[in-house]
Design a protein around this ligand. Structure first.
Ligand SMILES: NC(=O)c1ccc[n+]([C@@H]2O[C@H](COP(=O)([O-])OP(=O)(O)OC[C@H]3O[C@@H](n4cnc5c(N)ncnc54)[C@H](OP(=O)(O)O)[C@@H]3O)[C@@H](O)[C@H]2O)c1
Length: 245
């Protein structure tokens, strides 16, 4: 894999660097000759010996922590930011099969991690994106966040929080189309990927449709490399196909 559209000596940021997909993005990007620095932001400590990896420790749900991390990065310097954080379930919350299991805490948690935190990340990291050449701000969304593609229902909080994320990304794209005309804003669907997030829901996934994090990261970097259509947000799958909002 090579990134061809961003030029040489590029600086990148991966947020959620200890997650299944986030760690795969960091690993893949650190191998690329065209990458000069990867800022790897995570709440759990990340240990990397790689000389091009700048580790940032921060909590995406704490705005002061985001401000501190963004402060480590020069304005107008990043070619690419990837937001790979997300929430589907934990010990106390499972995706809702029925409205009977909706809870205030479960909905708050999903919206906090999947919608509100990425918006605060965009607030503090979009000013770090470069303006003089192609720049991309890519956030992992999910196909189930498509309203028009929702024919099954269920997973209320996850679906709605990803739909809200998509709306927020379109707002940022509209606001930044004059501020930074070379900025691409992407909502990405990674496929079904073998990570902790999807682990309890993989039983019915055919083996050939379950990607490793590394496979999915490679697919998505190819999509990011090809996509260059600033001004509006784009909702794309791992093959680069548009998903209806
Ligand atoms: N896996 C799939 O099949 C699939 C399919 C569609 C979309 N996606 C999307 O892809 C993205 C990455 O998912 P993944 O599969 O890589 O999941 P994952 O392995 O569970 O990683 C999730 C990441 O989010 C971070 N995170 C969760 N809660 C957080 C919080 N309160 N504060 C800060 N960070 C928090 C985690 O940090 P820690 O490492 O500290 O826990 C981790 O870095 C998510 O947005 C997900 O919705 C995944």
């Amino acid at each position: 894999m090579t990134l061809t559209s961003f030029g040489e000596n590029i600086k990148l940021c991966v947020i959620g660097a200890t997650g299944g997909l986030g760690a795969a993005f960091v690993d893949t990007l650190l191998r690329l000759a065209e990458v000069e620095v990867v800022y790897a932001l995570s709440r759990r400590p990340l240990h990397s010996e790689h000389r091009n990896c700048m580790v940032l420790n921060g909590d995406i749900t704490d705005e002061s922590s985001l401000i501190r991390c963004a402060g480590e990065i020069a304005d107008n310097s990043l070619a690419l930011t990837i937001v790979a954080t997300g929430f589907l379930h934990d010990e106390t919350h499972q995706p809702e099969k029925s409205s009977r299991t909706l809870s205030l805490e479960g909905m708050q948690q999903a919206f906090l991690i999947n919608s509100i935190a990425p918006a605060l990340i965009a607030k503090h990291f979009l000013p770090k994106m470069r303006r003089q050449a192609k720049a991309s701000f890519a956030v992992l969304s999910a196909r189930v966040g498509s309203i028009s593609d929702n024919h099954k229902g269920g997973w209320y909080s996850y679906r709605a929080s990803k739909a809200a994320l998509n709306m927020l990304l379109q707002n940022f794209a509209l606001e930044f189309r004059l501020k930074n005309p070379s900025l691409n804003i992407l909502a990405l669907q990674p496929g079904t990927v073998n990570t902790a997030l999807s682990a309890p829901f993989q039983a019915r996934v055919a083996p050939e449709k379950l990607f490793t994090p590394s496979q999915s990261a490679n697919h998505l970097l190819q999509v990011i490399d090809t996509a260059n259509n600033p001004g509006v947000a784009h909702f794309l799958d791992w093959q680069g196909k548009s998903i209806p909002w």
